[in-house]
Design a protein around this ligand. Structure first.
Ligand SMILES: [Zn+2]
Length: 374
């Protein structure tokens, strides 16, 4: 398991943190004098559940994808059984622990967490999507007339892996065609797949952001039919809202399929068929786009400020915790005097629900340690 770094940009739901009222018993010098301890007044079923979602980083990260996690876990469990080093166990461990950290030079605040980096992990997918959206947006912004191209193949009952192989081969051949190359200077492609409930067949397709001169729909249609023999279904349209388009397609790279409504055998077939297959790629003038954050090596540059749980629990009764959270939410640096050395030690030691400190190597903010399945 490797370390994951989140900035405030990767956790858009932080605004939902609200105004928690509970305050753990801590040394008085760190607590506002009038903070009190209103926990008993709020200890209803509803508030306890809400508070748990915020204070537990895993529960916080699971918001909106609990069912999807359970469905993917079933697939991994079917592969691994009870293997303690299997993917199901890795998924269970994703984002169990998290810490706020401050960059020694810039004062930037990040949340560091152990994450599984599994391709089908919905929590890791959110982070992937955020990063790919950013790099894709930058490329679209630099393109004069970006367009969205969708390529579809005929529905068949062929094994899914074969269909995907065919789709990728057809796409490679399209990019080699002179009529296409002469007009399209580059692009980014994203794989997506749906399962049709009408006929029970898979529907793999590619969404591409392309740059260059306009290629008419009729030319594209002829080229695609010539290559696939069976499909003339292509769609090409101009992009008017560049940011929205980037967000839209980046979702596919992070989540190539909606697995929640699929049966277990369908999910297994999909995960197996996609094994070792790329979900996103680029060519031509988009070739140098990064889909993976660079590995940062400066572990000594980041210093632990305190666990996620600690900072969230203290946010309403301690000025420093509030300042850390605020800096993270706003993406602003934290003043050095608010990151005194004793802060996290005292708080961690004083708190009854300690989380284990990460070993030093886990502070290495190497966002995605395992790039093989991106
Ligand atoms: Zn994960």
């Amino acid at each position: 398991m490797t370390t994951f770094v989140e900035t405030q940009n990767l956790s858009p739901h932080i605004a939902d943190l609200g105004t928690g009222q509970d305050c753990p018993a801590l040394p008085g010098s760190f607590i506002k004098e009038n903070a009190g301890n209103p926990v008993s007044n709020l200890d209803t079923k509803a508030t306890t559940a809400t508070r748990h979602d915020l204070v537990d980083y895993r529960a916080y990260s699971e918001q909106g994808c609990t069912e999807e996690i359970a469905k993917i876990r079933e697939v991994y469990h079917s592969f691994d059984g009870e293997d303690p080093k299997g993917k199901a166990v890795k998924l269970d461990g994703c984002r169990r622990f998290a810490w706020f950290a401050r960059h020694r030079d810039t004062g930037d605040i990040r949340v560091l967490s152990r994450s599984c980096h599994l391709r089908w992990c919905p929590m890791c997918a959110k982070a992937k999507q955020a990063y790919i959206t950013k790099s894709t947006s930058e490329w679209i912004a630099s393109s004069a007339y970006p367009k969205l191209l969708t390529l579809t193949i005929l529905h068949t009952d062929q094994p899914l892996r074969e269909q995907i192989n065919n789709l990728y081969n057809y796409f490679r051949r399209l990019r080699q065609r002179k009529k296409f190359r002469d007009r399209v200077t580059g692009g980014i492609w994203f794989f997506q797949i749906k399962l049709s409930r009408r006929d029970g067949l898979w529907h793999p397709h590619l969404h591409c952001l392309i740059s260059g001169l306009t290629v008419s729909h009729s030319v594209l249609k002829r080229l695609w039919q010539d290559i696939t023999y069976t499909s003339e279904i292509v769609d090409v349209r101009s992009i008017t809202d560049k940011e929205n388009a980037a967000r839209h397609v980046a979702r596919y790279a992070a989540r190539p399929a909606e697995v929640v409504n699929m049966s277990l055998p369908e999910r297994i077939e999909l995960v197996e068929a996609m094994h070792g297959r790329r979900l996103v790629g680029s060519w031509g003038d988009a070739k140098n786009i990064s889909f993976r954050p660079p590995v940062e090596s400066g572990k000594d540059e980041w210093r632990n400020l305190g666990s996620w749980r600690m900072i969230i629990e203290l946010k309403d009764c301690d000025d420093i915790a509030a300042a850390i959270l605020n800096a993270w939410k706003k993406g602003e640096p934290l003043e050095p005097h608010l990151a005194a050395d004793c802060f996290c030690d005292i708080f961690d030691d004083a708190h009854g629900k300690l989380q284990p400190r990460p070993p030093p190597q886990d502070f290495l903010p190497n966002f995605y340690g395992d790039h093989t399945n991106v």
